[in-house]
Design a protein around this ligand. Structure first.
Ligand SMILES: [Cu+2]
Length: 209
């Protein structure tokens, strides 16, 4: 059993050092290298394409037509688009929801109970070949995650600040999360859902051997 240290005002997670809103720098939002830049460029690219298309559409209209003339055409097209969109949604739902609910990818070797409370994590290894607060790398871990007060989010990050896995911590509902740590070391457990004043300090570490 390991009882985790209650939240402190300073985090030891490198990307989550809180220095006050006025002092936030770009690198505070840079997780895993250039992810933020890529997301920004993608958004910019998408916006330019939409603007370009709209501009082309406006300029391609040569002579204004009477609404009564155009309406049947547009309504006809709308029906086709609706059917196409419906098919696309059904297909996407079918493909993406086929794997639900998420079953354990094998039998878990370690079972760990996690409870989120404003503003700390209580993490206890309750089952495994090596008792105590030990989790081994390469062994499937089943986290059972809940909350004692409000909704929290449990996110597990590696040393590089990359998010490995995450799920909701909800009061009265145990969420299951399955994960196999590839490498031994220190991992960071960070609250992913705003839960009040000291939300930013709601983090702890997880040791994997
Ligand atoms: Cu939180």
């Amino acid at each position: 059993m390991s009882k985790c240290v209650p939240a402190v005002l300073e985090s030891d997670f490198p990307s989550f050092q809180f220095r006050g809103w006025g002092e936030l720098k770009t690198e505070d939002f840079t997780i895993g290298g250039t992810m933020v830049w890529n997301a920004g460029l993608l958004t910019l690219g998408g916006t330019l394409i939409i603007f370009g298309f709209t501009f082309w559409l406006i300029n391609s209209t040569k002579s204004p037509a009477e609404p009564g003339e155009v309406a049947p055409k547009i309504y006809g097209m709308r029906k086709k688009y609706f059917v196409l969109l419906l098919l696309l949604i059904v297909l996407t739902l079918f493909v993406s929801l086929r794997g639900l609910p998420y079953f354990a990818p094998g039998a878990p070797v370690y079972k760990v109970n996690v409870e989120g409370t404003m503003w700390y994590w209580d993490i206890a290894q309750v089952e495994g070949p090596r008792r105590g607060s030990v989790i081994e790398a390469g062994k499937l871990v089943e986290f059972t995650i809940t909350s004692s007060d409000v909704n929290h989010g449990m996110g597990i990050y590696n040393q590089a600040g990359e998010l490995l896995t995450q799920t909701q911590a909800m009061p009265g509902y145990p969420s299951k999360l399955y994960y196999t740590f590839e490498q031994p070391g220190t991992y960071f457990v960070v609250c992913m859902e705003y839960c009040g004043l000291a939300h930013h300090a709601m983090n702890t570490t997880l040791q994997v051997q």
